[in-house]
Design a protein around this ligand. Sequence first.
Ligand code: PAF
Length: 285
Amino acid sequence: MHIIKTIDSLYKKIQFFKKKQKKIGLVPTMGNLHKGHIKLILLAKKYADIVIVSIFVNPIQFDSALDLKKYPQTFLEDCLILKKEKIDILFAPDISEVYPDGIKMHTYIDVPKLSKTIEGKSRPGHFTGVTTIIGKLFNLIQPHFSFFGEKDYQQLLIVKTLVKELNYPINIISVPTVRLENGLAFSSRNKHLNDLEFKKAPFLYKIIKKTINIIIQNNGKKIYEIICSSKISLRKKGFLVDIFDVYNSETLDVFSKKSKNNIILASVWLGKTRLIDNEKFILLN
Ligand code: PAF
């Protein structure tokens, strides 16, 4: 595995691979790698000849300086994991390499409608930070494939839209959420949970699944009532609910009776940790 820190050396490597007509797969990460990331890497190995993983804790996608400071950075452990997975290149630039003129730039990439709704309402600027760094990575690496987890569902849709509308010749491959046996989705933020919170956290996915079952059975209850009672159950367990609602899984518009493909998107606080999760479902009218 080559560890590359500068854009210059990255370019040289990319040119070399392109000349050899190698298919490149990119797995963008912010480090603190877990089983969810490993699943992305394993899939990347199936699709591509060359697998590049980037580790970059992107300051412009954090809505608070404290959140950025708290973000777990485990570079040495991450390197060991990536070596074991036999990836080809780890691109781990410093902030000054990515934002040479500082993080207040003149140019950003934005997918306005999808970025300002749901999670984007609670975290203003977050998705613009994500699309800007993803656009930069796509320009630098020019991958044929890039891999994103379904746990960050809104991010995934936004990246797919960016690629489609800005004509990036890149295949975005979405990868199902990896969970512990108790249903808790793998996330770098799980590290912030204390023992009690860690025991409570799987309840989020349980209640998402339960809500979907009730909606599908549809014994006369309105969606709004079902969602309200799920939120109450979450609160009783000690979650502070920010987002818990049903959306159209293709457009992220609020639920309407006509929509067949749906998703529950949830963002909750457990103590000082923000957890997000989701589950798709189909409603046949
Ligand atoms: O999902 C993440 O880890 C980040 O948002 C990403 C896609 C690596 C961009 O910084």
